[in-house]
Design a protein around this ligand. Structure first.
Ligand SMILES: Cc1ncc(COP(=O)(O)O)c(C=O)c1O
Length: 486
């Protein structure tokens, strides 16, 4: 199945050799294997992390110019995921995404992206000077979330913008829903441009047949994955995978060198090396177990009055082609309390911390670190909360149809660098927004920097406020003022 020996962990092994040699350190970091570390911190962390907290030298290789164990570790990652080249990112998927965007578009190039992208994508668009062309994702009004963009939307957008230089999609969403990425890859490639993928929530997809198809399997050209979010790497450690037919692998390396620190953490990189070995060799079994556990939790939660956790029945709805069963989105609209309140009760009273919440939902990210005990604790807490709150509050309002995407007057880059001033929102019709304005739910921008403010948008904001739904993003937390371009 693999071409290389996935038992190997070349970077971790090189660090172990450094430790075993009992090397005397005259290199940074200045704590010198932990001797110079604050005692209380060391008492808690223990001594071992400091022994492998080293810097660039021959034995442990260089992230910017890998020729030894880092090169080998990245080759093993590419082999495990079926890419032509893999790169370690110690700036999370945010850093990987920015390098990914910069490697396919430049100043003035069009890039087609979903409207509800993560802010690192907007960051990449600002840095590159590209012109975004937005696609509206499919909305699920009952749950109040956005799903994927449909292949039809991608096709229509490309017909209108055949000069686009790249298309970006999210696979899967935060809530575990994926679109028909294979079909989208074929459509995008018929224009001979790269499909680039934000796979922050999909580093596990390739390793279990019960999960949706991964970007690399679908034929995408680049994808960035948060190895640290879903599988066993440490926070900040992500992978960037490249297929070399439409993307220049050397340029990707150059861009990562431009963006990443020259002092990457070897602890983080070693965690990537070992997380790759773990998922390559044990992923299927570990994920089978996770899927069973979360399935059990979903079934139990769906028996408790006031909650609903969607599963595979979502498939077939627009933008829903695959479902990641390790995700547990718990909708509490019928309970009559906001998801954000439920989140607070779980955190403060039960010491259970969810991944995120919005007006309608809380989200638990499942992984092979979960246990039956931890899921039972969540189920029992939800039962108690249901007993206490059911029937006492009001069901939250339905989400409203989004206004149309406004005209783009300035590129996000130009809007970002322009001077701006605040005006009352009610007086801003016809002006160019210098800020984002987001509707929650479903967490989709109504306005992006550089776009023209319309009366339709102002009416929508008023309706959101009247219905007690959230509108956010402006510097003014009450969204009475908006910063516009001078
Ligand atoms: C969809 C999506 N893309 C990208 C990112 C950025 O990932 P990271 O936190 O690894 O930088 C996130 C983070 O939450 C995300 O949800």
């Amino acid at each position: 199945m693999y071409k290389l020996d996935q038992n190997e962990t070349p970077l971790f092994d090189a660090l172990m050799e450094y430790v075993n040699r009992d090397t005397i350190p005259f290199h940074v970091p200045g704590h010198k294997k932990g001797l110079g570390i604050d005692q209380e911190f060391k008492n808690y962390i223990g001594e071992n992390p400091f022994k492998i907290d080293v810097t660039v030298f021959k034995l442990v290789d260089s992230l910017h110019h890998p020729t030894g164990p880092i090169k080998k570790a990245q080759e093993l990652a590419a082999d495990a995921y079926g890419s032509d080249a893999a790169f370690f990112s110690i700036h999370g998927t945010s850093g990987a995404i920015q390098a990914m965007i910069l490697s396919v578009v430049g100043d003035g190039d069009k890039i087609i992206v979903p409207r509800n992208v993560h802010k690192s994508i907007t960051g990449g668009i600002i840095l590159s000077g590209a012109v975004p062309v937005y696609m509206q994702p499919e909305l699920d009004k009952k749950i109040g979330i956005a799903h994927g963009v449909s292949p039809e939307t991608v096709e229509e957008t490309l017909k209108l913008h055949p000069d686009a230089k790249a298309v970006l999609i999210i696979n899967p969403t935060y809530y575990g829903v994926s679109t028909d990425i294979k079909k989208i890859a074929d459509i995008v490639h018929s224009y001979d441009i790269p499909l680039i993928v934000d796979e922050a929530h999909g580093p596990h997809l390739k390793f279990n047949e019960k999960l949706p198809m991964s970007a690399m399997e679908a034929g995408a050209d680049i994808c960035a994955q948060s190895t640290h979010k879903i599988i066993g790497a440490m926070t900040q450690a992500s992978l960037l995978h490249v297929r070399s037919e439409r993307v220049d692998v050397h340029r990707v390396q150059q861009l990562l060198n431009l963006m990443q620190t020259t002092s990457p953490s070897y602890i983080l990189m070693a965690s990537l090396d070992c997380a790759r070995r773990q998922i390559a060799l044990e992923g299927k079994e570990l994920l089978d177990n996770t899927i069973d556990l979360i399935k059990y939790a979903r079934e139990e939660i769906n028996k408790i009055p006031g909650y609903f956790s969607f599963g595979e029945e979502v498939l077939g709805a627009p933008g829903c082609y695959g479902f990641d069963p390790t995700k547990l989105t718990i909708t509490c609209r019928d309970l009559g309390i906001a998801g954000s309140d439920l989140d607070m009760i779980l955190a403060n009273k039960y010491h259970i911390q969810m991944e995120m919440s919005d007006l309608y939902n809380i989200l638990a990210v499942g992984s092979y670190g979960d246990t039956k005990e931890s899921l039972d604790a969540l189920i029992n807490a939800l039962k108690e909360i249901s007993n206490e709150y059911l029937g006492k509050g009001n069901k939250k309002s339905d989400i409203l149809d989004m206004p149309s995407i406004p005209e783009q007057i300035l590129r996000p880059r130009d809007a970002f660098y322009s001077s701006k001033h605040a005006v009352p929102l009610k007086d801003s019709i016809g002006m160019v927004s210098g800020e984002f304005l987001m509707a929650y739910p479903p967490g989709i921008p109504i306005l992006c920097p550089g776009e023209k403010i319309t009366s339709e948008i102002l009416n929508y904001v008023q309706q959101l406020k009247d219905k007690g739904l959230f509108v956010q993003g402006t510097e003014d937390p009450k969204v009475e003022y908006i910063r516009v371009v001078d």
